[in-house]
Design a protein. Sequence first.
Length: 313
Amino acid sequence: MRMFSKFNIQREVVIAYIGLLLAVAATSCTPVLTRISEETMSPITTIFNRAWLVVLMLGLWNLGSFLKSQLKNPRSFRAIFGSRPPLLLLGLVCTALPCQLFWAWSLTKTSVANSEVLHSFTPVFTTLIGWLFLQQSFDRLFLQGILITIAGSILLVGNDYSTAPEKLIGDVLALISALFWALYLLFSKKMQSQMEPVVIVGYTSLGSAILMSILLYFIGTDGPIFPYTLSDWLVEFALAALGILAQVLILRSMKVFSAGLVATVLLLNPIVTALLAYLIFSESLSFLDWLAMFIVITGIYLTSLGKVKQNNG
């Protein structure tokens, strides 16, 4: 019986890792698609279209049946969300939406390389917040793995990194986005025992779409609100579909792993982006690039071996 239980745990860990790798593949395509979208629309309208398309897709999938079941059994609504549902949902929306907005905005001010470097600090934020506010402790191997992974990520894009004054605003926006992404992961971890990942993504996107509609109403936009051409619509649909896939897989993985480890594994994004550029666009990879990839993978492996403890006393 004990051996069977151990086998199930190992199987769950393997499935979670596979899901995380698929999430990395999905999120690594997002910067390219976002840049393409921002050629015809503003960052705000790009995020707006992505949010409401996610709600539409999930509504056509299974969100409608979920809401229908809640109307038949309203008591289960409170049971699903816990004793203080508005705070939890508000926390998710108020971290997910700023993360996307600041990140999309940063892409118009600074290079993708700079943004990737500053997003490397997400596991630092998750670890720091967990230690300061969630009474978590981390062993030396876990912390060493995070530092090694960040060092490798910085080395990977170090040749393109710039500290020019005109890019300072974009760099700051990317760093703020990384902080909100860390907060979103921690909020999502809190919600895992109360809601299914698809439901979390659905309600978060619904809240984001509503807030974005209000924002667009008051500040307006210089460009179009909705895409004009079929190719533009396909880009927006791809962003929404990849967003659903990535978020659901990330949330499912956090049932097994800590938010810090998940954030660290997602630092494989620069590696996948570099490999895609090499395979599709024949962009060369230097020895330092390959070395950086090896360092990142080593750091992630060490982090996975480390331990995160919850101090309840």
